[in-house]
Ligand binder design. Sequence first.
Ligand code: NDP
Length: 447
Amino acid sequence: MNEYISSVLEMQHRRNAGQTEFLQSVTEVLCSLEKLIAANPKYKKNKILERISMPDRIIIFQVPWSDDKGEIQVNTGYRVQFNNAIGPYKGGLRFHPSVNLSILKFLGFEQVFMNSLTTLPMGGGKGGSDFDPKGRTDTEVMSFCRSFMRELHHYIGPDIDVPAGDIGVGGREIGYLYGSFQRMTHTNAAVLTGKGLNWGGSRIRPEATGYGNVYFAEEMLKTRNRTFEGMRVLVSGAGNVAQYAAAKAIQLGGLVLTMSDSSGAIYDPNGIDAEKLHWIQELKNVRRGRLREYAEHFTGAKYFEGARPWQLTPCDIALPCATQNELDLEDAKALVKNGCLCVSEGANMPTNLEATEYLQANNVLFGPGKAANAGGVATSGLEMSQNAIRMNWTSEEVNERLRSIMVNIHATARSAAAEFGEPDNYVMGANVAGFRKVADSMIDLGI
Ligand code: NDP
């Protein structure tokens, strides 16, 4: 390994001991930059790897709130402002009991490169809390969001930092957060994206990450003269990204066979069609129920407690859209054995390092999250543009822009990878292209 890269990795391991996810993503990104770093001594001279892999700042705060019984609860809130060389910090808020600094730093780090790839002027950040909205009433979620924003509002602004949703933060949470911001600051400043259509949101934002992921997969498939038509598709997750990835795959003629939540996976040999997907959306978004109910409702479908989709049935395309590290080496082996030809990551880092390498070594088209799920943040960028010019574009307009951004990201990643002799290596291509723009800007801007 390049000496400069290994010295930075050694430093990161020493300083961030125990931060598994963060170290995993830094290792994956830095190792893939080997050829670029070797060819460009300016990055070492300007200590770019040290600086780009360390957040600009991290804000940690307490979030006290009152539950429905009047009992005071206390959670931890975070905002990791990672890098703003090319635009305001931008990245989602995650509310989930597993949230910790390692996870948010990994997500913020990835976000820097993802946002760079979109071609829009956005830096990278991430935030959230170990609060679990699951099982909480609307009043409790509102109480938590108010308290969270009471602290966060000091650090955000349309030209400073613009958070959005992520796991556990959907339209309801963004609404309560933005309402609190308005009341505290007496402004309508566009400090969040993922807003409701009536109060500054963009059309197609809810659909964007899932649709974008399928558009990216479509581009990868084209390089092998294939389309979604008639393909067997495994989707994991049943949240925002999974729902719209499944919807677009169905629209394009794919046969979606699975979905999952944190309790288990469903397999429907007859395919999850648009009508069944609508039922799932009502179950998850309105009734906030569990996916196991699907198998009780639809004949022929089976539910597997604690399972993930990858080993349940053969497929042509896999779309992991739930969470990090949900597809491991054993899963990758099963996918390859069963003839899978394309994996496109809707979630952030759902495939672990060993599995990624195995898929790539076995000629599976592999779209890494920072390229394949960039449609969400790209459309957040389009929401910021609409807010700035005080206009609302039509669904067709936003969808067309989203599609062309995804086509462009695919072409950029592919050509950056081809530059270093590996056109099918989207991991390297996305990292090189995303990194180069941010790193060169950092050099231009000085220290
Ligand atoms: P949601 O909260 O809407 O959905 C998350 C889904 O993943 C749910 O089905 C959830 O199940 C499941 N899940 C969560 N944790 C686990 C776990 N530990 N094991 C198995 N399943 C789990 O989140 P999103 O759809 O918004 O986000 C999904 C992924 O996509 C995340 O990695 C996120 O960072 C990434 N992403 C999201 C973007 C967006 O625009 N929303 C943009 C880019 C990336 P359950 O219902 O049981 O909790």
